[in-house]
Design a protein around this ligand. Structure first.
Ligand code: LMR
Length: 397
């Protein structure tokens, strides 16, 4: 039966982690997957999360099924975080939010749902985009196209190209936008540029699908949600937001995310929610309890939320410090051309390293990066920075 099944190449990101784990060389460094590691090279258990987790362990609650669309306390807290506590959209009941299995689950449920209402739409992704976006949307049956985004010459945004390509899309096309900390490039539009994107999306009648996986990793919780807030204020009737807590709560394996769909009004949001529920039910029935309880526990306590924001701020600052350190040390090693790494936002930098250079980093120096040259700067620390800088300098010569 399965004789015709071909071997599929490993995932370009998660497949790297498998290879990294199997690598026995001491001093290996994983700059592949997007995970924040602390100064000791560990995935942090955030202080506020640990508090909730200990309280949950003491209570030892039964583990019944959650509702299909997840925990109400989680969904309400998510809406406030994503759209802002004072959002008129929330007050008007226009947002249907569902707890999902990570941000990826939100993307896939959102894609499946949009396939019902926009069956012939194309999905436009930035060039480049997160490696999994194409797979998620094509698996949901969409034709996927690209819009210009990254300018390899300037290591910045090809804004003119982006506007030109978005302007050519058919009305009703779905446009996937990264809210902040663009994955994989680390290049985000400015506030002024976002305003132009929103205006163009509105004028062309495009359907925005915003992926927000790194809220709080560039400038702060509120500022990083600027794109969502601009769409909310724009008067655009419908848009979709997928958000993830994997990184901002350091809860990768708990798979905590949410899908929020903005509709015309309260009644429409309720109908949309019913379709989301059926879509979830046919995929995985209902989400998991533990991670959702952790996030809801933190976000619904003013005290723990402040502790969480403080720690997230420390993580953000540490990444900024690592970017600066990397640029400075590379310049000192005779490679001053990497200054752009300091301008990029979030966990990633599109380093400009070629596939051949990335291969050398892995083979000769046990340093893992994505084949496109994406490196996770959030995995750098004072103990591995020199190793990484020396290796990058060596393969750059
Ligand atoms: C990444 O881009 O490295 C992360 O979002 C992890 C993943 O699932 O690919």
């Amino acid at each position: 039966l399965f004789a015709s099944v071909e071997m599929i190449p490993g995932d370009p990101i998660l497949g790297l982690s498998e290879a990294y784990v199997a690598d026995a060389r001491p001093g290996k460094v994983n700059l592949g997957v997007g995970i924040y590691y602390d100064e000791q090279g560990r995935i942090p258990v955030m202080r506020a999360v640990r508090d909730v987790e200990q309280a949950l362990a003491r209570e030892a609650k039964p583990r019944g099924y959650l509702p299909i669309d997840g925990m109400p306390a989680y969904n309400q807290a998510t809406q406030k975080l994503v759209f802002g506590a004072e959002s008129p959209l929330l007050a008007a009941g226009r947002v249907a939010t569902s707890q999902t299995i990570g941000g990826s689950g939100a993307l896939r449920i959102g894609a499946d749902l949009l396939k019902h209402v926009l069956p012939n739409a194309k999905v436009a992704l930035s060039n480049p985009s997160w490696e999994n976006h194409r797979l998620v949307f094509s698996s949901a049956g969409f034709e996927v196209v690209n819009y210009a985004y990254y300018d390899a010459e300037t290591h910045g945004l090809d804004f003119a190209g982006m506007l030109a390509d978005l302007g050519k899309l058919e009305p009703g096309s779905i446009v996937l936008l990264h809210a902040c900390c663009h994955n994989p490039t680390g290049v985000d539009p400015t506030l002024e540029q976002w305003k132009q994107v929103v205006a163009l999306v509105k004028e062309r009648g495009l359907m925005p699908f915003i992926d927000m996986a790194y809220q709080g990793f560039d400038k702060g919780i509120e500022t990083d949600a600027m794109a969502v807030r601009l769409f909310a204020e724009s008067g655009i009737e419908s848009f979709v937001v997928a958000n993830s807590y994997s990184k901002s709560f350091s809860l990768y394996g708990e798979r905590v995310g949410a899908l929020s769909i903005v509709g015309k009004g309260r009644e429409e949001a309720l109908r949309v929610q019913s379709l989301v529920k059926r879509t979830i039910r046919s995929n995985y029935s209902s989400p998991a309890t533990h991670g959702g309880a952790l996030v809801a526990g933190v976000l619904n306590s003013a005290e723990l939320r402040a502790v969480w924001e403080q720690e997230l701020g420390e993580m953000r600052e540490r990444i900024h410090g690592m970017r600066a350190g990397m640029v400075e040390k590379l310049a000192a090693a005779g490679e001053p051309q990497y200054g752009f790494i300091q301008q990029q936002a979030g966990m990633f930098s599109y380093s400009g390293l070629s596939k051949a250079q990335v291969d050398r980093l892995r083979e000769e120096y046990a340093i893992y990066a994505v084949g496109t040259g994406r490196i996770c700067v959030a995995a750098l620390n004072r103990a591995n920075l020199d190793t990484v800088v020396n290796a990058v300098a060596a393969v750059s010569r």
